[in-house]
Design a protein around this ligand. Structure first.
Ligand SMILES: Nc1nc2c(ncn2[C@@H]2O[C@H](COP(=O)(O)OP(=O)(O)OP(=O)(O)O)[C@@H](O)[C@H]2O)c(=O)[nH]1
Ligand SMILES: [Mg+2]
Length: 323
């Protein structure tokens, strides 16, 4: 089997394990909004994907992969969980020419926190730095907050976490503490059980089988950006974006034309690669994943353009879909 075709950790298509609602009286239903917040790269999007059992939010080793608020929905028994993934809160403004983008990402985090019923505050198990503290300070007083200590698989001895946990409890009155590994389904399932009692009794916001409020076109742009981030590694600054130029559905076939927008001429070379190899690979990996997502055939045409200054230009940000 081609390694490219291996399912992503959260993406395997197991039949849904949700039991049928035994009593479908709507009064018994629960539904609520849950924010996933934390510093860049702690695993927020990875956790969201495992929680809902499908990739709706892209992930990569690069900090600041997520740039939008992304809703992921899962309905289990009588409860509908509506998760909101957020961009990692940016505290360093040292990268020149990205002030507007950073302001925009941070505004997204802050506005989400006001609206939700519960907050999942993610940190890496055993660590707490200034970046984490800045996010913690944004959580409104009195809002139920669950401390999720992620990347437990990287911790050698769990007992080492005890003094750290004590310190964390002194920092904030967390309602619960959940150490886990974001890629593990069982861990995600356990977390759902812990969140459930915190959600209000009310009717569901979405259909039972809803997974996200984002369109297929949006997911397509995101998946291309994910492959771009993953395949270029650290040499390409995170200020590159993807724009969908056209998106046509013809039965089971999608014809997509997209442009990767970079800041400088030199970045263009990094994206295209020697003899166009890298761009080809970005396109082919994105296409394969889109085909899985849409369960159909995809023709993907990819272009690269230089547009300097976009990440510091409020007007441009809007035109690229940043709210
Ligand atoms: N070992 C390990 N790696 C993890 C775990 N969760 C996430 N990762 C990795 O951490 C990196 C960042 O994950 P993301 O889910 O993109 O992190 P994020 O918090 O959404 O990042 P931003 O969107 O940039 O703020 C990726 O390389 C993930 O594979 C975990 O539980 N264990
Ligand atoms: Mg993310």
């Amino acid at each position: 089997m081609n390694p490219d075709e291996l399912p992503t950790p959260a993406g395997d298509d197991e039949p849904a394990a949700a039991e049928p609602t035994p009593h479908s009286g709507e009064a018994a239903r629960r539904c609520g909004l849950i924010a996933i917040v934390g510093r860049p790269n702690v695993g927020k999007s990875t956790l969201l994907n495992t929680l809902i059992g499908q990739k709706v939010s892209i992930t990569s080793r690069k900090a600041q992969t997520t740039r939008h608020r992304i809703t992921g929905i899962t309905t289990e028994g009588d409860t509908q969980f509506v998760f909101v993934d957020t961009p990692g809160f940016q505290t360093r403004h040292t990268v020149r020419g990205t002030a507007a983008l950073n302001r925009n990402l941070n505004k997204t985090v802050q506005s989400v926190l006001g609206d939700v019923d519960v907050v999942l505050f993610l940190v890496e198990a055993g660590r707490f730095g200034l970046d984490d503290a800045k996010v913690l300070n944004l959580i409104p007083p009195g809002k139920p907050a669950i401390l999720v200590a992620n990347k437990l698989d990287l911790v050698r001895r769990r007992t080492d976490l005890l003094p750290w946990l004590q310190q964390m409890q002194e920092r904030h009155a967390f309602t619960e503490f959940v150490p886990l590994t974001a890629t593990k389904k069982d861990d995600a399932r356990r977390l759902l059980g812990i969140i459930r009692p915190h959600l209000p009794a009310q009717d569901w916001y979405y259909d039972e089988d809803a997974l996200t409020d984002r369109s297929e076109k949006f997911l397509a742009a995101e998946l291309i950006r994910e492959k771009l981030f993953r395949l270029t590694g650290d040499e390409l600054p995170y200020t590159s974006t993807v724009q969908i130029d056209s998106y046509k559905e013809e039965g089971q076939l999608r014809r997509i034309a997209a442009t990767i927008v970079v800041e400088r001429e030199a970045h263009k070379g990094m994206v295209i690669g020697e003899g166009g190899e890298r761009l080809k690979r970005i396109g082919s990996e994105a296409r394969q994943e889109l085909e899985r997502l849409t369960e159909g055939k995809v023709f993907l045409e990819l272009w690269v353009k230089v547009r300097s200054g976009w990440a510091d230009d409020e007007q441009r940000l809007k035109s690229y879909g940043y709210e």
